[in-house]
Design a protein around this ligand. Sequence first.
Ligand SMILES: [Zn+2]
Ligand SMILES: [Zn+2]
Length: 224
Amino acid sequence: MMTVEKINVEEYRQTEDRKEYLKAYYRKRIAVDKLYGYKSPSPELREYTFKRKNRLKNEVFEHYGRQCLYCGEIREEYLCLDHVNNDGYEYRNKNIKGWYTGAGWLKRNSWPNNVVQILCYNCNQKKYLKRFKKDSYSRITLYWQRIKLSVKEKYGNKCAVCGCNDIEILQLDHVNGGGNAERRELGKGRKGVGARKIYKKLYDEPNTLPEYRLLCSNCNMVHI
Ligand SMILES: [Zn+2]
Ligand SMILES: [Zn+2]
């Protein structure tokens, strides 16, 4: 007779390292599923999670403001948490990310100042790009930049949904989805390489393809 591995999840819950907690949690889940068979979450549980997420999100807005700090965007679906000191990487490494665990961490640490701020996805993207702006680029980078710019021009240089024409934040969107799969396939597993190859494909194509369009970060994030 199999027994469920005894893991005290609570022991990990208090630790700073979210990753350890999640590891313990999933080890336990897998053991339980093996024993009793996997059950997908009930509608009640789904609703509970959804409500809890929304409640947390609301609390975040109450503490950090309900609009983008840079441009004043107030539509909540476009707002995200930005790490003020660009140290999001460290938090993500500890698995403190997203509206659910990220907000939970903030709450447990009594809403610290100067860790996160509210930005819209567009401003977040621009802040990110600004960090990596250089005075000069290598020839290869310049080549890919030129390709990207001419593809964006071919596709109208503006967001297909809101019409925003800030070239920096325009991204290629797969109208029918499947972007990840295509990037993986073209890049032979390396998505970054695949993304460039999609631009090259569209660059070589004489006409615009209906499967692709340009969206700004905001519109791309909410998947209209
Ligand atoms: Zn903004
Ligand atoms: Zn847009």
